[in-house]
Each structure stands twice: as structure tokens, then as C-alpha cells.
Design a binder for this molecule. Structure first.
Ligand SMILES: [Zn+2]
Length: 53
């Protein structure tokens, strides 16, 4: 099993990726499209949880 990186957004959406880089891109896209919010990589690193399966 691979390690995954997840952000659980306040709106209930869970964004999961295999790398932090992808998670940053996906979370920034979600925040911009859904919440009109600009998140930095540092914001996302603070929000994310790491699951080592
Ligand atoms: Zn959201």
C-alpha cells in the first residue's frame, strides 16, 4: 500500500493524492473553484493528514 496525503475540506470534500505536490495542486484548485479562496502550499501542509497504509 502507498502512503497517501489527504486534506479534509471544511465543506466535507476529501482530497487525496499520492504526493504532496499533487495534493497542493488539487487542493488549490478545489479552494479556488469551490470557495474562491487562494491557499498557499504552507496552508495546505498545515491542513493535510498523512496516511501510511
Ligand atoms: Zn471545500
Amino acid at each position: 500500500m502507498a502512503t497517501t496525503y489527504t486534506v479534509n475540506c471544511a465543506c466535507g470534500v476529501a482530497i487525496t493524492e499520492l504526493t504532496v505536490d499533487e495534493l497542493v495542486v488539487s487542493t488549490q484548485a478545489h479552494a479556488a473553484e469551490t470557495h474562491e479562496l487562494a491557499l498557499t502550499e504552507s496552508d495546505i501542509r498545515d491542513m493535510m493528514s498523512i496516511d501510511a497504509a
